[in-house]
Design a protein around this ligand. Structure first.
Ligand code: GLN
Length: 279
């Protein structure tokens, strides 16, 4: 074990900071060999056989190309759930867990109807259903691949979600019911912000889930807020994950559409990341 860990550290040192490598080691040991952090320490003298060593080498080689570890291992953790992920769905982020936390702490009526727009891996919808079990949760995406991943995640976690294949930019073309909570983490990274992004995100994660044009970066928010003006029940909540640089514009947008009790929240990196408002 110690030798293998040493090998991983040395091989990846030119590519990643030490703390990130420690995270990779833990995830690899957990997913590939079923060893928790404690077991890793207890079994520090364990020697991996040839086959196991070959698995580690294969993962290390893929990490050197900046492929995200979550895609390599095919899983990630989100708000206490194990979720399958693959290229084509965005890897759930810790900031999004903070948004889920905010929703879970909000006074939401019994048996609420909740919809997650642009569900991707299904992370928000599944985490909400897991915590607010009496809610009826819906999840929408324009990508059929994403819906497949999300549906499989719902099955694996034994959570009941109603999925809908729809392009929210054309929401008027579909039939909808009324909701009590609408939540979305839509694409919000402007083309002009690409230079600030990490290679692993830029080269491996789905553009469809990430980017918007520089000249209309709030296109999804405007459309979803208009959708919410119609499809949200009186007193219902609209929650967004947002671009940290567009907090003021977001407030102006929802204010202009008549939403009340508008609140902006910072994420763990102290960036404006979430917005909540009420109809
Ligand atoms: N927070 C993600 C990132 O920085 C973007 C998520 C999104 O566009 N909705 O990569």
């Amino acid at each position: 074990m110690q030798q293998t860990i040493q090998y991983i550290r040395e091989e990846l040192a030119p590519y990643y900071p030490e703390t990130e490598i420690s995270g990779f080691v833990q995830m690899m040991m957990d997913r590939v060999f079923g060893l928790s952090y404690t077991q890793m320490i207890l079994e520090k003298d364990r020697v991996f056989d040839k086959e196991e060593q070959a698995m580690v080498t294969a993962i290390v080689n893929r990490l050197k190309t900046h492929e995200p570890i979550q895609y390599i291992l095919g899983v990630t953790e989100f708000y206490g759930l194990q979720l399958g992920v693959k290229p084509g769905v965005l890897i759930p982020r810790p900031e999004t867990e903070e948004l889920v936390e905010w929703i879970c702490k909000t006074e939401i009526l019994e048996n609420s109807k909740i919809v997650d727009i642009g569900t991707g891996s299904g992370c928000i919808a599944l985490a909400l259903k897991n915590v607010i079990s009496n809610a009826e949760v819906f999840a929408v995406d324009t990508s059929e691949d994403a819906l497949e991943v999300a549906a499989e995640n719902a099955r694996q976690n034994k959570l009941e979600i109603t999925f809908k294949h729809a392009n929210i930019l054309k929401w008027q073309e579909y039939e909808w019911q009324q909701f009590d909570v609408i939540v979305s983490n839509p694409p919000y990274v402007r083309e002009c912000e690409k230079g600030l992004m990490e290679t692993n995100v830029l080269e491996h994660e789905p553009e469809l889930a990430l980017f918007v044009s520089d000249n209309d970066p709030l296109i999804f928010y405007r459309t979803i807020a208009e959708f919410a003006s119609k499809q949200l029940n009186e007193g219902g909540f609209l929650f967004f994950e947002i671009n940290e640089y567009l907090g003021d514009e977001m407030i102006e947008l929802v204010n202009g559409l008549g939403f009340k009790s508008i609140e902006l929240r910072r994420d763990l990196n102290n960036k404006n990341r979430m917005l909540k408002c009420k109809k």
